[in-house]
Design a binder for this molecule. Sequence first.
Ligand code: ATP
Ligand code: MG
Length: 414
Amino acid sequence: MSETFPDPRSISSLEVLLNDLRVGTIIRTPGDFNAFSFEHSYRATGGFPVLSLSFRTATGGLRKDPKPVARALPAFFANLLPEDKLREAMEKHHAGSVRAGNDFDLLVALGSDLPGAVRVVPSDRAIVRLDNLPAHKPKARFSLAGVQMKLSVIKNTGKGGGLTLPLGDDQGSYIAKYPSTSFPGVSENEYANLALAEAIGMEVPERELVEQSEFEGIPKEFETLSDGKVLLVKRFDRGANGERIHIEDFAQVFGIYPSRKYEGAAYHDIAAALNVAVSSAAALEFVRRLALAAITGNGDMHLKNWSLIYRGVGDKPQLAPVYDVLSTVPYIPADAMALSLAGERRFKALNAQRWKAFANRARLPEAAVLKTVVDTAERVNEVWWSLPERKAIPPKVLERIDTHVRLMTAILGT
Ligand SMILES: Nc1ncnc2c1ncn2[C@@H]1O[C@H](COP(=O)(O)OP(=O)(O)OP(=O)(O)O)[C@@H](O)[C@H]1O
Ligand SMILES: [Mg+2]
């Protein structure tokens, strides 16, 4: 198998597609300014299906095109790229055609397999294709956000029926999250937290723990040093036949760059946005997930760990399923909420007063918020202590989670 793919450094114009619909263009100017503009035909639809709420006005309809940005992509597109370990690996994998730290180059290389239903392809591949160069071995071209090493993978197609990397035009329908060298039992921790969320009635993707030996043909640059199991999660932005389902995270909703995911907005901003753009039920489901984060000691629910999903024709968002939930307190004992909850991040400070202040800032009814928090603490206690997935967690890690759950039950449960 071989592929001809244009050299990303030679590209200066990209078409932005939402599934097969052309929505706009990103242009890179010689001074390295990047400008995004919508297509006239897409403007004529009123901006449907929706690319991002950040491009819409409060009264409906599309905003003016955003201003060109120097040496960076507009925030919506910057948020589609890998952040840390996977970014390093992808830059190595595409070394020679993607310059380190260059978002535009990386977006060209990975534009065919981005989160959600957005695709970014060179505007005129016929002109820019380097026809006189030999065809190359197909490369991995998937993009997933986040700092942990992860792969988008295909299941049961490898020679031995294992897990393989999509190459060229292939697409993965699972995310494989590799364990970390600094956080023991992190895969098992997330596995149990996802099971807990599901047991209390939340929408959670299918997942399993797999051995690293089940992966086949993974190029060296994607390997990690860490031992232990890999968490395999079904992608909710890919359908049964590989179709793309659009999603956007709350850094994208608010037009905030990934580097500001821990401070760019507060939890009441997300709740208020859900209340207006989705429903009051979605806003209360968000409160339930916040209470779950507080009780499990999860200090990593930043703006990129909550998403909207656009199912069906893609005109109306819903709150996407739960992902990336784990107890961080076993590893970072002094950890706190990732974003401010009515001016407070410390877990211990999340008493009824604080939730009332949060309700007011989010414009949600106080009584409904308080009841949601109390009910969540109660439901967690009903299932956590006998949850089968607890057994997968290393004992020392589990002990710290349990201590935190007891402490927070007293604070949240009244
Ligand atoms: N089941 C899923 N289906 C579709 N997309 C997902 C799913 N799980 C995660 N994602 C997407 O992949 C990204 C990375 O996943 P995840 O948040 O689990 O990784 P992480 O490296 O632990 O992140 P962080 O940097 O927050 O620690 C998420 O931001 C989200 O956009
Ligand atoms: Mg994450």
